[in-house]
Design a protein around this ligand. Sequence first.
Ligand code: ADP
Ligand code: MG
Length: 379
Amino acid sequence: KDDQARDKDKADRATSEQVLDQRTRMILLQMINRGIVSEIHGAISTGKEANVYGAVAYPDDQQGPDGSAPAVQRAVKVYKTAILSFKDRERYITGEHRFRAGAEKGNNRRMVKLWAEKEFRNLRRIHGAGIACPEPIQLKLHVLVMAFLGDRRGYAYPRLRDAAIPRGGEGEGEKEDLWRRLYVQLLGIMRRMYQVCRLVHADLSEYNILYNREQLYIIDVSQSVEHDHPRSLEFLRMDIKNTGDFFRRQGVDTLPDRTVFDFIIASEGPVEEGPTLSDAIERLYAARSAAVDDGGDGAAAEAEVDNEVFRNQYIPQTLEQVYDIEKDAEQIGLGAGDKLVYRNLLADQVVMSKEGDRSAEEQSDEGAPLGSEDESDSN
Ligand code: ADP
Ligand code: MG
């Protein structure tokens, strides 16, 4: 058999379990020909919107001194083009200046390509900021190749939900509790994602975080939005709730949602991973304890109510909305006037609006390397 036939077999094998269309097979074949991946293995995950496959590559630039090329593990995420569920993801794209042009309705394949592109760009930004996540390697239409997060045998790291992480035992100090340290780590990641990448994950939960050796890895960022997306703060609040709920279920003494929210969006303060950032979080704990000591027995119940109020609160996104008299009056009428979120937000919003449109900068980055070259081919 000649090389080409053998490569084709490899591509066929990868697609045999989960029938992929001709187009996807051609993309995989082309990637194999170009050495981006050499073998595609079984599915790591088959989801509603995408399948993720394990793969191996032998990159030329990583050849050993003897000329031998060590195997490098990769993950290939293949977005499903024949699905309807992307329709309800429209809320993430509406208002995204990066995707305004191409996001017309009614063209599934084009929409799916946009999602893959969005994930690729977001990964690049997050990875570039030094946040643990899969390094993006190649994008072609709806097929994204990234670094594999897993061990040498090809086992992917577990999702945080499935990770076997021991609880801090009795008698061990709170500081020793790994779960609490991971919670603090995640708050830092969320802050850095917001302040450095200017992104809100928008689907953050124990399902989209992988875990290995005390490190959290952020994945699944196709729906992540710019900080100035019209609903970014709503999504951020949701991310805080979902992750907070999870860590609470693990027995972690979590901070109130509002405290976490303010911590993430505050432009003042440390952003780089390290002691200064975790110290800032410890100060939030200390401030909360002081408040609880003042408040006596009712304080815990009050904190619960405060979380609930915060979760149902109207969040203004722009200065215009902040000065929406009718809405503010409505809030004050509901007795929530002193709790208006923009109490803390106002200063940041002024800073943001001065920064102006980031799209110029966005366009100057190279974009998807292979993304646009074959717009015209079709099945
Ligand atoms: P979905 O949109 O289907 O949720 P995800 O990006 O969350 O897609 O990926 C689905 C699953 O595939 C993850 O839960 C994880 O187990 C696995 N996975 C995704 N990316 C990688 C990667 N780079 N390395 C290893 N496993 C991955
Ligand atoms: Mg996921």
